[in-house]
Design a protein around this ligand. Structure first.
Ligand SMILES: C[S@@+](CC[C@H](N)C(=O)[O-])C[C@H]1O[C@@H](n2cnc3c(N)ncnc32)[C@H](O)[C@@H]1O
Length: 296
């Protein structure tokens, strides 16, 4: 079965990100995925060209296929978004979109161990050539470092117990499968925690993914680089899914948007959140926060 990713906050994104229509316009979708948002923009604005970035070549193939009808108005680039803006020499950008995190594809189709509900190799790399996989983190990090990762990137209150259990278990042999890790985590937490709203492995798996792909380190340089590449009046939207990302984005925008010589205007004093309707249609949308700025 093929899963199609639900593109979050589409109406809000389309309401705020409007390209000029009297000249060729340029947008970078920094997290193109399989191209849900990109498809909407290309369909709506015939004068718009979109460069779609994704470090994951598997999901990018889906976008390339889906965007065939738009010809050279869609330009896929297989890169990390922070790398893309280093030394950027392309056209001035009218619109920039970040939809942080990973896609349904990763959980359902990638077979890289993103889902604790499946028995897959613990990999979690978006870039298959990257040196460190989730298996390396789980089997190679010292207990304290592992606990710190789980605490910091998963905001997991039982991080120490979970790290301890992992270290005990790996003495018996490498932990290589996602369901094996999920079961170790499940058994390590207090029983009350096992039956909560979230599966007890949710936060640890999120933390491992963020660590492996260095997700949080890439946001600030990419946003700054993208702002430099934008034309005055250009707009940027950032959708984040957990507080660590949103906090980073919020403070960065605050710093650039306040003081004597602000370089951006913040269009969303408080982040926009999905409508009740969207939340009912797609429960994972619930954690989305959208911030939008305009370059001055
Ligand atoms: C939430 S999905 C985007 C979904 C897309 N907006 C849609 O509507 O179909 C995020 C995508 O960004 C990619 N990604 C995450 N962090 C990245 C980074 N730092 N550089 C490049 N791609 C990244 C992931 O591989 C994933 O495909």
């Amino acid at each position: 079965m093929e899963y199609v990713h639900y593109s979050v906050m589409r109406d809000e994104i389309l309401q705020y990100l409007v390209p000029p229509i009297d000249r060729p316009a340029h947008m970078v979708d920094c997290t193109c995925g399989e191209g849900g948002h990109t498809y909407l923009f290309l369909s709506k604005y015939p004068n718009l060209q979109i460069t779609g970035l994704d470090r994951d070549s598997g999901i990018q193939q889906k976008a390339i296929h889906r965007m065939e009808e738009f010809g050279n108005r869609f330009i896929p680039v297989n890169t990390w978004f922070d790398d893309y803006f280093k030394g950027y020499e392309g056209p001035g950008l009218d619109l920039v979109l970040f939809d942080l995190g990973i896609s349904s594809y990763h959980f359902e189709e990638s077979e890289r161990g993103f889902s604790f509900r499946k028995g897959e190799e613990l990999d979690m790399r978006l870039d298959k050539t990257a040196p460190i996989s989730a298996e390396d983190v789980v089997n190679g990090y010292q207990e304290e470092r592992l606990a710190d990762v789980i605490y910091k990137y998963g905001e997991e209150r039982y991080s120490r117990r979970i790290a301890r259990a992992i270290v005990e278990k790996r003495k018996l042999g490498r932990i290589t499968q996602s369901d094996e890790l999920a079961s170790i985590i499940y058994k390590s937490v207090p029983s009350g925690y096992r039956y909560g709203y979230l599966h007890p492995a949710t936060r640890t798996f999120q933390a491992l993914r963020i660590e492996v792909n260095r997700e949080l380190d890439r946001i600030e340089p990419a946003i700054k680089g993208a702002l430099d590449a934008m034309v005055p009046g250009g707009r940027m939207a950032v959708i984040s899914f957990h507080s660590l990302e949103d906090r980073q984005v919020k403070w960065l925008f605050k710093g650039l948007g306040e003081g004597d010589s602000p370089t951006i205007k913040i269009l969303t004093k408080k982040p926009l959140v999905p409508s009740e309707n969207e939340n009912n249609e797609n429960p994972p949308s619930r954690s989305a926060k959208l911030r939008i700025v305009e370059k001055l």
